[in-house]
Write a protein that binds this ligand. Structure first.
Ligand SMILES: [Zn+2]
Length: 321
């Protein structure tokens, strides 16, 4: 009997599920809004519905599944199946594995979405070319996944890679984690949006006011359109976020002497061409020359699929696929 896995990426805005066959090919996909405001149970039910629709669409039976892997944007214990904290879902201490396992009766695993993204990029996007790799995912928040010696580095309590909560400026904006001036509070799309909104409030002219009425979460596509019209306010915010990202990349290079840093996520997908040169320059300014030499800073260009492919890597890691 052919075997399959379902890989799910449960993000802050949408749930994406993919049924993958033993040739590592996605054969059906399903997508639903996360709607985190209705609580954890509702989100878990939608995850189950997404998994079911990938099975129905491809006429595969649940008992043909070798594993289900779910990526979650938060810190979690993959052995216990518990998400400790996922600020973008407003989750604290939620067991995600039990209800899914109970429904399908299939081995089910959770993993931090950025860890899965880094695994997907490392094994399927770049073809294991880089032994030591850091994936930085810039979107609503900032996630990080660290591959050291070709293996995901999880740390003592599975919480490694939380690059978004490195404190850059203790006097900076409040972060979803409760601290002030975290990397993601300064350089995520949320932070960029906040800065543009403040500029609009103080009467600065920007094309954003013509492109959208919603200044609370300006979409990456809108930022890209504003960039195309050479908007000064948007350019300034993106440049400033890129400089901060570069600072972190340079510091990580000093600490870890990496082969590659891969930038990914919605914001990078939309405006990476503008951001990457600034990131490189600002990284070079703080990196030790020996560490920086030969370190690639790449745009993932893997889109939404990185974490889904990471699910394959995880299922293989536990010997189920
Ligand atoms: Zn934080």
């Amino acid at each position: 009997m052919p075997q399959y896995i379902v890989s799910v990426d449960a993000g802050g805005t949408k749930i994406l599920a993919a049924l993958i066959n033993s040739d590592n090919k996605i054969i059906s996909q399903s997508k639903k809004p996360t709607d985190a405001k209705n609580g954890a149970n509702a989100v878990i039910n939608r995850i189950i519905e997404c998994i079911e629709s990938t099975l129905i669409d491809s006429k595969v039976k649940a008992n043909q599944l070798a594993a289900i892997v779910v990526g979650i944007p938060g810190s979690l214990n993959s052995q216990k199946g518990i998400v400790y904290l996922a600020p973008n879902l407003s989750w604290r201490n939620i067991n995600v594995v039990n209800p899914i396992k109970k429904h399908f009766n299939i081995p089910t695993f959770i993993e931090n979405d950025a860890n899965l993204g880094a695994l997907g990029i490392h094994q399927f996007g770049l073809g294991k070319k880089y032994e030591n790799l850091l994936g930085i995912f810039v979107g609503t928040g900032i996630g990080g996944g660290l591959i050291l010696n070709n293996k995901i580095y999880r740390g003592k309590s599975f919480a490694a890679g939380e690059i978004g909560h490195i404190v850059i400026d203790p006097k900076g904006a409040k972060c979803g984690c409760g601290n002030f001036g975290c990397f993601e509070a300064i350089a995520s799309r949320t932070a960029i949006t906040r800065e543009i909104k403040n500029a609009i409030k103080t009467g600065k002219k920007t094309v954003i006011t013509k492109l959208t009425n919603d200044y609370d979460m300006i979409k990456s596509g809108i930022l890209a359109a504003a960039l195309q019209s050479n908007d000064k306010i948007v350019k300034k915010s993106l440049r400033s976020a890129s400089e901060t990202i570069g600072l972190v990349v340079g510091n990580m290079s000093n600490l870890l002497d990496l082969n590659a840093v891969v930038l990914a996520g919605g914001l990078i997908e939309a405006v990476g061409n503008f951001m990457l040169p600034v990131i490189r320059k600002s990284a070079e300014e703080v990196a030790l020359p020996q560490n920086f030499k030969g370190m690639k800073i790449l745009n993932s260009s893997f889109g939404d699929d990185a974490a889904l492919y990471g699910g394959i890597a995880l299922a293989k890691e536990v010997g189920l696929f």
